[in-house]
Every structure is written in structure tokens, then in C-alpha cells.
Design a protein around this ligand. Structure first.
Ligand code: 5AD
Ligand code: SF4
Length: 480
């Protein structure tokens, strides 16, 4: 407890942007109970681990963190205070019973669908912990039929210049490697009016850039007020009409849901940023079929072609999995070919890791660790070269950058280009406070594989130019 009676809340977030968003909502939900976010678990009245189950060793990491936290909890108890320890998110959803069995210091386990019930759970858990009861070990991992979105309070914290806005949850695609349909549940879209109202609130609080979030965001089909449903393209058009909202992004998309309207909006709505994370996972049709992706490499290439026709400078990103069960050298070569054909501005790549409960985990033709490691190194080398080539093509250009926060070095602000590149800008001390949160023009003076560095162009009006494609020298080789 702080001196002014506030309770300290420490949330550690693992994984994706959806989890970052959920953690912020948990803090909002708990604020009326007097919980204030702090940066360390030391002396905290409540600690939440918001976990992610998508990739390797997720549950081991959570158990080892819980081991460390036990010491903090014991220190609190020795000082006559309590610490409510909670595990949230996808590991909680998938392994709730196991967590309570293996980590008795945990008071509360709740899944991604139930955090709007958090205040009630916390009061019950705190009461049990305070009484020194053998803890309640509350477990709330249902998939409720009601939407958690309906129960969330409005945001309380100052959001800054950029914000996430969750519009869709869950997934019905059942890719054979993925736990999301089991941990996040069925696909659900938030109604259009609720999304527009939240966006207006964010903009009134100073937000200029909104990233729409969903596990399968472009499957969005929100109920519209006049009846019927809107797809993501139509939603983006309506959001673009909000004055003061200057940039729109969305993630993560599935190729099967890139419909005509969504592709068109990239061409005719300048507020929709020329960057798209569109995972393909593999370039081999055989592997794509085994993954249950239900599209071919060629389908994906046709979508890329249409996107580029609509918005020639669009920067593409993807996720790749190497070493999926049964992946041969020829399958992997097809992935490298596809990467060369598309030319990515950046991408994420992973070794396949069996997730319990998913169909691919029980395939008997698993690829050896050594082969996975070798393929991953080869793919990352190629993707790294492409990212660097993409950044190099921006050298000497002027880019609009939304300066978000302090950079790594003193006297620097960092923000994003339209293409999602991190851009560092050195500024005089007096300008830093004034320009934080502003959209400015930057002349790019240096590049690396991961970021750009530039100089503020003082006399320029911030603009949304339609720049020429940062033509990647290696055009012939240029990731839901
Ligand atoms: N093994 C490896 N990578 C995975 N991903 C999801 N599940 C697995 C798995 N079992 C990757 C996919 C997905 C990204 C978020 O995580 O590439 O797009
Ligand atoms: Fe998982 Fe994305 Fe496939 Fe859904 S579409 S099952 S979230 S990889």
C-alpha cells in the first residue's frame, strides 16, 4: 500500500499486442478498487502475469517467474501485508488447474475472456489472502457467451499519441499448429458503434494513431446500427472520417479475409498507413495444406499484387514457421522462393514448436531441432537482408514521423514512419517536450537493419504524402 492509501499493481505482460492491450484494460478495471500501476513487483499489493501461450516454453517461463515472485510475496507477508498473485492470459486459460497445483502461491487464475470480472475475483481473493486462508485459488477460465467488451470501463490513463483499439477477439480458423482458437475462443467482433465511440474518446484524449487489434482482425464483421454488419474496410473508412485521427493500422490479418473493400481502402484512404502484417507461415502449398491455412502460396502472391496495385509503396510483413511436421528441404526452398518474390520490409520467423492440444503436435513426422535451427538461420538471414535493403531505400528521403516517446539516447525522440520503421530524431532539449506526440517531417540520414535515424525538417508542414515506393534494390527478391 502507498502512503496515500493507493494499492500497488504490477502487471508483467508477455507476448502479443493483444496482451499489451489486455493489460492496460486490467489496470483500468482495477483502478476503481484503488490499484495504481507500479514498475516492480517489490512491495506490490497485486501482481498479475499476463501470459502468452503461442510459442515455445511459455509455461516454463511462467513457472520460473512464479518461483521468483514467491520470494516477494513472502517478504510482503513477513511485513504483515498481502500480495495477491494472479496469472492471466492464454497460459492461464490452457493450464489453469496445473498452475494452481504446481504453484500454490498463486491466488487467482483467469483467462482472456473473463477479466471484466476481475474486480469481483480480486475482492474475493484479497479477502481469502487477508484471512490467511489456505487460499481460495480462484479459477475463472470460462468462455462466457456475453462479451467482455461490454463490461470494460473507459480508459483512464493518458494514452499518448498512439493507441491500440481491440475490435475483434478469437479465431475460428484452427490452423493446425495454433492454440489461439482454444485459448481465445470463437471469433467475435465488437459492434461498429462501440468501436467508433472508443476511437472518438481516444482522439479527444490526444491520440493521433490507432491500431485496430484482433487475432484475426480482418475477419471483423461488426454489427452496424442500421442493421447488417460491416467488414474491416468499411470500418476503416468510417474511422478515417474522425477529425484529428491521422493514422490507422490494423493487425493481425489472415490472407483469406483480405477482401476487395479492404484492399481498396489501402488505395484510396491516405490515413490507412502503407504497411501490412499479413502472415503466410510457409511458401509450400503442401505445408500450407497441412497447416490448414486454406490458401495457396499463389493465392497469397495474388493478394500482394492487388495490394501493390492499390498502394504501390505498401510495406509488407509476415510470420513464418520453419520445421513444421513433414516440411522437406523442397518445402523450405519454396518458402525462400516466396520471400524472394514478395520482398518483405520486415518479418517474424519461428521454429515450429508443438503446442499441446493442437493437431500438428501429434504428427509423427516432426522435424529435428538441428534442421529447424539451420532453416531458421537461413530464413532470418534472407529476411534480415530484405529489411536492411528496405531501410536503405529510405536513405535521403523525407518521411512523416509520429514522435511517440523518448529514444534510447538522451535528447532523442523516437516514432514510426508510415512503413512502421522506428525513426530516431535528435532534438534540442527545449523542443523535446513540445514535439513529443507530434507528427513531423524527418529527413532520413542513417539506416540500420532495425531502425532509421533522421533530422527534423523545421519548415515543413506535417503531411501525408503519397511517396514513391521505397524501391527495394532487390525487387526480384524483395507475416494470422
Ligand atoms: N510454433 C511456432 N510458431 C507458432 N506461431 C503460432 N503457433 C506456433 C507454433 N506452434 C507463430 C505463427 C503466428 C505467430 C503469432 O506465432 O507464425 O502467426
Ligand atoms: Fe492461429 Fe492466426 Fe491461424 Fe487463427 S488464423 S488459428 S490465430 S494462426
Amino acid at each position: 500500500m502507498t502512503e496515500n492509501g493507493k494499492k500497488r499493481l504490477f502487471i508483467k505482460t508477455y507476448g502479443c499486442q493483444m496482451n499489451v492491450y489486455d493489460s492496460a484494460r486490467m489496470a483500468d478495471v482495477l483502478a476503481p478498487l484503488g490499484y495504481t500501476p507500479v514498475d516492480s513487483p517489490r512491495g506490490a499489493d497485486m501482481v498479475i502475469l499476463n501470459t502468452c501461450h503461442i510459442r515455445e516454453k511459455a509455461s516454463e517461463k511462467v513457472f520460473s517467474e512464479l518461483g521468483r515472485l514467491r520470494a516477494f510475496k513472502q517478504a510482503q507477508e513477513a511485513a504483515g501485508k498481502d500480495m495477491v498473485l494472479a496469472v492471466a492470459g492464454c497460459v492461464a486459460q490452457a493450464e489453469g488447474e496445473e498452475i494452481l497445483r504446481r504453484a500454490p502461491q498463486v491466488d487467482l487464475v483467469f483467462g482472456p475472456q473473463t477479466y471484466h470480472r476481475l474486480p469481483e475475483m480480486v475482492v474475493r481473493a484479497a479477502r481469502a489472502a487477508g484471512k490467511g486462508d489456505p487460499k481460495a485459488g480462484l479459477l475463472d477460465i470460462d468462455f462466457p457467451v456475453e462479451s467482455k467488451f461490454d463490461h470494460l470501463p473507459e480508459e483512464t490513463a493518458d494514452p499518448g499519441a498512439t493507441a491500440f483499439l481491440s475490435v475483434q477477439e478469437g479465431c475460428d480458423k484452427f490452423c493446425s499448429f495454433c492454440v489461439v482458437p482454444y485459448t481465445r475462443g470463437a471469433e467475435f467482433s465488437r459492434p461498429v458503434a462501440a468501436v467508433l465511440a472508443e476511437a472518438r474518446r481516444l482522439v479527444a484524449a490526444g491520440v493521433q494513431e490507432i491500431t485496430l487489434l484482433g487475432q484475426n482482425v480482418n475477419a471483423y464483421h461488426g454489427a452496424a446500427e442500421g442493421g447488417g454488419t460491416w467488414g474491416l474496410g468499411r470500418l476503416l473508412r468510417a474511422l478515417a472520417e474522425i477529425d484529428g485521427l491521422n493514422r490507422l493500422r490494423y493487425t493481425t490479418s489472415h490472407p483469406r479475409d483480405m477482401d476487395d473493400e479492404l484492399i481498396a481502402v489501402h488505395g484510396d484512404e491516405p490515413k490507412v498507413m502503407p504497411y501490412l502484417h499479413l502472415p503466410i507461415q510457409s511458401g509450400s502449398d503442401r505445408v500450407l495444406a497441412a497447416m490448414n491455412r486454406r490458401h495457396t502460396a499463389d493465392d497469397y502472391l495474388r493478394i500482394v499484387e492487388r495490394l501493390r496495385r492499390a498502394r504501390p509503396d505498401i510495406a509488407l510483413s509476415s510470420d513464418f514457421i520453419v520445421g513444421f511436421p513433414g516440411e522437406s528441404d523442397a518445402d523450405f526452398a519454396a518458402t525462400l522462393r516466396l520471400v524472394n518474390e514478395v520482398g518483405y520490409a520486415q518479418a517474424y520467423s519461428f521454429k515450429y514448436s508443438p503446442r499441446p492440444g493442437t493437431p500438428a503436435a501429434v504428427e509423427d513426422n516432426q522435424v529435428s531441432e538441428a534442421v529447424k535451427a539451420e532453416r531458421l538461420a537461413g530464413l532470418q538471414q534472407l529476411l534480415g537482408e530484405q529489411a536492411e535493403a528496405f531501410n536503405r531505400a529510405c536513405l535521403g528521403r523525407r518521411l512523416p514521423v509520429l514522435l511517440e516517446r523518448a529514444g534510447r539516447k538522451p535528447g532523442q525522440l523516437v516514432g514510426r514512419s508510415p512503413y512502421m520503421q522506428a525513426v530516431h530524431v535528435s532534438l534540442p532539449a527545449l523542443a523535446i517536450q513540445r514535439l513529443k506526440g507530434q507528427l513531423v517531417e524527418v529527413a532520413v540520414e542513417a539506416v540500420s537493419a532495425n531502425s532509421l535515424t533522421g533530422r527534423l525538417i523545421v519548415d515543413a508542414e506535417p503531411s501525408h504524402p503519397r511517396p514513391a515506393a521505397p524501391s527495394i534494390a532487390t525487387r526480384s527478391r524483395i507475416s494470422a
